[in-house]
Write a protein that binds this ligand. Sequence first.
Ligand code: BGC
Length: 415
Amino acid sequence: MKKTGIAKSIALALGLSAASVAQAADVEVLHWWTSGGEAAALDVLKQDLETQGVGWKDMPVAGGGGEAAMTTLRARVTAGNAPTAVQMLGFDISDWANEGALGNLNAVASEENWDSVVPTALQAFAKHDGNWISAPVNVHSTNWVWISKSALDAAGGKAPTTWEELVAVMDAMQANGITPLAHGGQAWQDATVFDAVVLSMGNDFYQQSMIDLDPAALSSDTMVEVFNRMAKLRSYVDDNFSGRDWNLASAMVIEGKAGMQMMGDWAKGEFLKAGQTPGEDFVCIRFPGTQGSVTFNSDQFAMFGQGDGENDAQLKMAASIMNPVFQSAFNVVKGSVPARTDVPNTDFDDCGKKGMADLAEANDAGSLFGSMAHGHAAPAAVKNAVYDVVTQHFNGDMSSEEAAEELANSIEAVM
Ligand code: BGC
């Protein structure tokens, strides 16, 4: 179906009349979807709203994890000029809800019965005091590895399932003359890899260290080993990794200049945008040792208080986001999976189908955890403390022992 076709069918499914289409105002949307794959996904949303007469004013602020976007948001709200709708993650949503800044979406949520189709792990952030305050557009997860198929074939052809196998594959890639690990040296990207390495030490360890923030786990020998592995991974990146944007790291794998990238499934959006196909051009696996477990994050749109006209547009946007047809169309392009449990996997590629199955399995098994790097494990102050230590260790002379100690101390200091 063409994008406009999808948008029209969503408008029809929502029962929007020509009159209501004509009345809606614009939305100004603050987001960090600036890469090629992200922009393609954003377009699905823009076009859908356009069909309903809701205009789009773009407010992009690049940077995964949303740190920069949240700084801009704070400045805008302080200046009394909040954007209409804001992409937000986990604890950032809860923080703004606690400040009483977010609009109430109950009218559309109850009409469309969000309570019965949105997983409870997402409702934990999308609802505040029993009220719906944001519309979840997707579920991403961070414990993925994206591998060039040709580089993997040249390195023996077997996707690694353990740390030792991963190291062996990266050694082989290095011997074959390519950069084993495509990475962008930005704090949030270092932290995204860290999520996966912590999870690979076991579900209990992720729970204790990243969710419970238990000082004993944070400073444990296991955490020292996590940092040792981060240092080992650091030895496989190229000399120019510092400051590189994540999508440029994806491009290195797409072009066969690098073997793999450890990144959330938004990376898949870049591979698809470049015309690549899972299984043929690239391979998606869970970070070795984490199959069966998922560290998730969910992009949600929260609405800031506006006048009546804007409020109409906000509710339309929220309804559109949660429409099952839209959820499929958008997430197929974005690389994520739907935020509703009742969306068929028919239109998704093999990695998308795997993502949906893994999420359901992890949810049932109690091995679904909020991503620390992407704001779903702990509030921003803790997340930023983790960013600081992980990035200092990754880029400097800090020993793994010092890093584990520092992690426990700096988290304690902000709690
Ligand atoms: C968001 C994704 C986004 C990625 C990179 C994550 O925090 O959840 O939607 O694609 O950052 O920008």
